[in-house]
Design a protein around this ligand. Structure first.
Ligand SMILES: NC(=O)c1ccc[n+]([C@@H]2O[C@H](COP(=O)([O-])OP(=O)(O)OC[C@H]3O[C@@H](n4cnc5c(N)ncnc54)[C@H](O)[C@@H]3O)[C@@H](O)[C@H]2O)c1
Length: 315
């Protein structure tokens, strides 16, 4: 199987490639705005992975690089939902247009399979656990809107051009080689200002956290096992949720200054567009035979020590 991973030098992409190299050659296509060569270094040295540094907004370059592959994993996106508040075109370009380009390049090349990394943000501001069909509310962030648009576009390509499409709606993904997210933010803040940690919101925001190794394994499982649905749609997250307060406390405890005080900004949301409480039902993927190895609390606990090691031991 020849795999093409858009955003392959990023956080989730590089962990996915750790698994895909066992199946055949892999091309990582990445503009390296966030991605790092070192995340793939071990595979680049063996020649099992080819890194193409180019932009998914460049449709001719993307189409040329994608020729001859059997499956596309589309993982490129705006990495931080809240950045859309300052740059309102960001999610349109890095989300919606890049997803169109990825689908169009797959169509032009006749690549038969396409896996899209979506997010639980498509469910909007709903505190009750959401199954895949619970789309009664619309997204509340520009990031969520771009994922929603991407899902719709994939569905149209599946119907109109016979592509086999797979959509995975991730929880918040955590683990080593992170490029963004609360754990990395908190550890970096504590490194810069060891005496205190300021936290957006009241700390009671609670979301399902998915360890990146479970995310990569789930993507491969869906590709291997989902059949018949056009497109196949799965929540990929644990059923529980972890509070921001708990994450902040664990980061402080793992830092060189375990006595640091935590200061909460207040308000139920971290920022406008942030869904304060979310839960997803992983039952459909479980029925297909896949369960994540780590609960949300476990994924957070493991990731805090992994990320703390990366941040506090770095020069
Ligand atoms: N990390 C999470 O918690 C999470 C949750 C839900 C969904 N997702 C989705 O999973 C995917 C991967 O997320 P991640 O956490 O690995 O992010 P990431 O930022 O680490 O990886 C994305 C990669 O895409 C690259 N990229 C961005 N724009 C590009 C462009 N125009 N052309 C080429 N490359 C480009 C970046 O350089 C980066 O290496 C994204 O689509 C994201 O929206 C992530």
């Amino acid at each position: 199987m020849r795999s093409f991973v858009i955003g392959g030098a990023g956080f989730i992409g590089s962990h996915l490639i750790d698994l895909l190299v066992e199946r055949g050659p892999v091309t990582a296509y990445d503009n390296m705005t966030v991605g790092k060569r070192e995340f793939l270094g071990h595979h680049l040295d063996t020649g099992r992975v080819t890194l193409v540094q180019a932009d998914a907004l460049d449709l001719p370059a993307l189409t040329a690089a994608m020729a001859g592959h059997d499956v596309v994993f589309h993982l490129a996106a705006n990495p931080e939902a809240r950045w859309g508040l300052e740059r309102t075109r960001l999610d349109l370009e890095q989300g919606t247009i890049c997803t169109y380009n990825a689908l169009e390049a797959a169509r032009l090349n006749g690549v038969p399979k396409f896996v899209f990394s979506s997010s639980g943000t498509v469910y909007g501001n709903v505190a009750e656990p959401c199954g895949e069909d619970d789309l009664g509310k619309l997204p509340i962030s520009l990031y969520g809107a771009s994922k929603f648009a991407g899902e719709a576009m994939l569905s149209a390509y599946v119907e109109c051009f016979g592509l086999e499409g797979f959509i995975c709606r991730f929880g918040n993904v955590v683990g080593p080689r992170g490029t963004h997210g609360a754990i990395l933010d908190f550890c970096k803040k504590l490194k810069a200002h060891p005496a205190y940690l300021d936290v957006l919101g009241d700390g009671r925001q609670a979301k399902p956290y998915l360890h990146v190794t479970d995310c990569a394994a789930g993507l491969c499982y869906v590709l291997d096992h989902a059949t018949g649905e056009k497109p196949a749609i799965f929540n990929l997250a644990p059923p529980d949720a972890t509070t921001v307060k708990r994450i902040a406390e664990l980061c402080v405890a793992a830092s060189p200054s375990p006595g640091a005080r935590i200061e909460y900004g207040g308000g139920s949301q971290g920022w406008p567009g942030d869904v304060p409480k979310s839960l997803v039902k992983p039952d459909k993927l479980a029925a297909l035979g896949f369960r994540v190895r780590h609960t949300s609390d476990e994924a957070v606990r493991i990731s805090v020590s992994e990320v703390a090691r990366e941040v506090f031991t770095a020069a």
